[in-house]
Design a protein around this ligand. Structure first.
Ligand code: F0G
Length: 453
């Protein structure tokens, strides 16, 4: 495997394709109708109207023949399913956690755990919380605080671990607010919101040491644990040793279409509470909202995802697309992260004010150009300050080209790059957007837009 990575320019996929799903580019005129009907919000498009879907890498991957075979081994007993024990073995072997509880997806895990360990008004400190994670913190009466290192906000600064938390800021925050006001620390690996950027082992160790110094629990948001481990090229079990447990959306590095879990290192008391709270929320703790066959597919997927040949080709595809954009002079978050290429829309479209959602405007343009669906990670996603009602204007306004696992070829990536190059040639004519309909929370999913004057 290392032969491939070091001696050749490209990294071929360590698999061949057995089943194909047709996709189709509908005509430009039809795309215009479709996006208008969707209120200029790509979340509201029908997937049949999308050609290449880079909305998310979550639950959109392709399963292997072994995973599909595992689906036939589903034991759908209400409790004590055999697949629960198979998955337990994978969790223990790969993540190193003694205890685990399956959930229907990542946010199910967050909701169970946060309801147990957050006291009203406590802070939850992390490198950068994902949006549904932040929402669950707030729904459980906590306050989410992001303490990522400053450099993450400058897309042209190269640093191997731009997902790192600022350890000085972290300790300072704990001392200033006092440890009693902090519920726990949460390290998101890789850090989705700033570009799929990895966190270094040293930083995980540092955050763990700070947490233990002040007697605080520390968890890992493990959605993309294998991609993070690939970047640090260490054994993933070591990463998790710098935590008390994890919540995980298995829809990413679990290589399945649905699933999640909570992992706990040794706190038996906490595990007991998790199981109790799982019953009303997700179901009996040996299935946690999943069918037996889903747990089997996940037990297999977790082993497949840590295969270095797979990870090398996966990360190489992200790099391939990133390189094409960089060559075309399109500003992207550098260096390239794990699961997506992030375009800096404020820099790409300087004529569109941030209050007119440059990255969202670019999403619309990209769909019109070539039927490619991307997603905004910026001003729209940041939403409003719950107290003042004013728009939060985040440092970064990004368009995320999220690459599903084992789904598209580099020809598809070429198409995406070509569309963006064509847009770049006339980017000054792209117009900003205004919101015409806005839900109170997680507005990006359902908001509707029109072009600004
Ligand atoms: N944590 C991270 C870092 C995530 O990226 C996600 C989901 C979740 C938690 C929640 O997991 O969707 O299974 O409930 N991210 C997806 C995305 C939706 O598009 O980035 P979930």
């Amino acid at each position: 495997m290392s032969d491939i990575a070091s001696d050749f320019e490209t990294v071929p996929e360590p698999y061949k394709i057995k089943v194909v799903e047709p996709i189709k580019l509908i005509a430009r005129q039809e795309r215009e109708v479709a996006i208008k009907e969707a209120g200029l919000n790509q979340f509201l498009l029908k997937s049949d109207d999308v050609f290449i879907d880079l909305l998310t890498d979550s639950g959109t991957g392709a399963m292997s023949q072994n995973q599909w075979a595992g689906m036939m081994l589903g034991d759908e007993s209400y409790t004590g399913s055999r697949n629960y024990y198979n998955l337990q073995k994978s969790v223990e072997d790969i993540l190193g956690f003694k205890y685990y509880c399956p959930t229907h997806q990542g946010r199910g895990a967050e909701n169970i755990l946060f309801g147990i360990i957050i006291k009203k008004g406590q802070y939850i400190l992390g490198n950068y919380h994902f949006d549904t994670t932040k929402a669950h913190i707030e729904l459980n009466s906590g306050l989410a605080v992001n303490l990522i290192h400053e450099r993450a906000y400058n897309t042209s600064v190269e640093h191997p671990f731009k997902g790192n938390i600022d350890l000085e800021k972290l300790e300072h925050f704990i001392v200033e607010k006092t440890p009693e006001k902090i519920a726990f620390l949460l390290m998101t690996i890789t850090c989705n919101s700033v570009g799929g950027q990895p966190v270094s082992m040293e930083n995980l160790r540092g955050a763990y040491q700070v947490a233990k110094k002040y007697n605080l629990p520390i968890f890992i948001d493990a959605a993309r644990f294998a991609e993070n481990a690939y970047f640090i090229k260490k054994r993933e079990a070591e990463m998790f040793s710098y935590s008390d447990g994890c919540t995980m959306s298995a829809k990413k590095d679990g290589l399945v279409n649905i699933g999640g879990m909570i992992g706990i290192k040794e706190d038996e008391e906490l595990f007991k509470k998790v199981k109790q709270r799982c019953v009303p929320m997700e179901g009996f703790p040996t299935y946690g909202g999943l069918a037996g066959r889903d747990m089997e597919a996940l037990a297999i997927g977790m082993r497949e995802v840590v295969d270095e040949a797979y990870l090398a080709s996966r990360i190489d595809q992200v790099e391939y697309l990133g390189r094409k954009l960089k060559e075309a002079g399109i500003p992207i978050q550098q260096p390239l992260g794990g699961h997506a290429v992030f375009i800096n829309a404020k820099e790409f479209l300087p004529h569109i004010p941030q209050t007119q959602y440059p990255a969202q405007a670019l999403c619309v343009e990209l769909y019109l150009e070539g039927g490619v669906r991307a997603v905004e990670v910026g001003t729209l996603l940041a939403g409003r300050d719950p107290e003042t009602g004013l728009e939060i204007l985040p440092e970064l306004d990004l368009l995320r080209l999220t690459i599903p696992r084992r789904v598209y070829t580099n020809n598809h990536m070429d198409w995406v790059a070509t569309c963006l190059k064509r847009i770049a040639a006339r980017k000054d004519r792209i117009r900003g957007l205004k919101i015409v309909e806005e839900p109170p929370i997680l507005r990006h999913f359902m908001a509707r837009f029109d072009w600004a004057e």
